[in-house]
Every structure is written in structure tokens, then in C-alpha cells.
Ligand binder design. Sequence first.
Ligand SMILES: O[B-]1(O)OCc2ccccc21
Ligand SMILES: [Zn+2]
Length: 267
Amino acid sequence: ESKPVAWGYEGDIGPCNWHKYFPKAGGKRQSPIDIDTSATQYDGSFKPLRIHYDSHMCSSLTNNGHTFCMSVNSDQCNLSGGPLEDKYRLLQFHCHWGSDDTKGSEHTVDGHQYAAELHLVHWNTDKFKSADEAIEKNQGIAVLTAFIKAGKEHRGWNHVLSHFKDIKKVQGTSTVNEDFNPKCLLPENQTDYWTYEGSLTTPPCHESVRFIIFKEVVEVSSEQLAQFRSLCVCSSRKRDTGEDEHLVDNFRPIQPLNGRVVKASFQ
Ligand SMILES: O[B-]1(O)OCc2ccccc21
Ligand SMILES: [Zn+2]
């Protein structure tokens, strides 16, 4: 079978060259984008978002070398309503962050980049039989997205961060059995959001994603943001100083909008 192609966020394997091995990365509906709030269009037809997660789900946290990924295997975590026509099931959540608090998010708002961005990834269980099938199909994926900025400590995030020591190295995995409901990672206001049709922001960049991006920004402490940066990119590679290479700046540059309209659920 085909050898997996290495990709990253800098140098020859960085975002500018992804399209060479992952042709969809050069497509017309790529993510992330800048949200120009003067050009968004209010859509009054959206029903309320329905985010039903349970907290009795066993899940595992992995460092996949590009981010930390909390995989969820509960069929009780579902998303529907809002701009969505179908029911979607939570598959995993992960984040993108920077090397300091001034950068890290993938989407920007009027050119402003936040310190980090949370992606809660769901797949369409009405239209597809598996997440692997849905991830490459139009309307296959819905990603609930929250911006993160440095501010007061976020107690909910400590349930995730407390496992980071077990996944410092790549392919490290830790089982998370405690009572944790990822809904606590979302902002209080879940009625005001932007939404548009885009892509995975990582190779193979399938154009299968409906993004739902909350306007309200979530605060975590600077120390908690520093813990994101404690993960290492690979088990072997060392800097010439013998130090570990830390996983930071795992965000893709802004992509062309190509005429797409970003809808707003609020006026
Ligand atoms: O590329 B992403 O991080 O953003 C959306 C998404 C969906 C599924 C896997 C990975 C991603
Ligand atoms: Zn992501």
C-alpha cells in the first residue's frame, strides 16, 4: 500500500507544498479563511444548534505529531440543527496553537489571529456508514470551532491537560475514563456563530467540512496555553542542542475565499 507522505508546517513539507502530494489542498473551497465581518450574510433560517454530548464516554488522547487528538467512541454525542440538514456524531476533538499567545488560530476574524482554535469534529451518520467514508464526501463532516485567547484559567481544560504528561512524545496515548463532557470547552453563547463550507485544514484537505465557528472567544490561562506547547513533534528528532522539538505553530495559512459567502446566525 502507498507509503504515508510526511507533511508539516514548515520547510519543504510545509503548507505551500502540500498540493504536490495532496492535490485537494489546491482546491477551490479550502480552509482556513479570514472572516471579514463586513461581508458576512445574516441567515434567519437557521434552527437552534442541538449539541447533545454525554460525559460517560470512554475516550483516548493521542499525540499524532500534528496535534493532540481526543478520540471519542460514544454514539451518544450528537450534533444537529443550525445550518445542518443531517445528524452528525462526535468523532474527535483537537486544537491548533502557536509558539506564543499572539498567534495559533487557523481562522482569523477581520485579520485578527487568536492564540488557539478548538475543532470538535463530527461525521454525518444520516448519509454515511463510517467516519472514514464521510471524511472525503461533501456534507460528510461538521466541525464546531471555538477561538481561544489567554485570560483566566479554564477548569474544564485541566481534565485534558492533566493527561499531557502521558502523551508528550509522538504516538503517546492515554486513556481518559473520567467524567468529562467536551461541551464544557465551548463558549457560553452557542447561538451566535459564522458558518461556511470548507475543508480539512490538514492533508489530505478533503473538501467535506461545514465549519460552525462561535463568535464568543473562550479564555484559558497563559500557563494552560504553555502546556499545549509542551508536546513534542517526534520521538527521535532532536534539535542540534539536544533539546526536544516542541509541537507549536500547527496552523495552516489563510486560504482564498473564491467567492464563498460566510453566513452569520446573528445580526
Ligand atoms: O484539518 B482539521 O484539523 O480541521 C478539520 C478536520 C476534520 C477532521 C480531521 C482533521 C481536521
Ligand atoms: Zn483542526
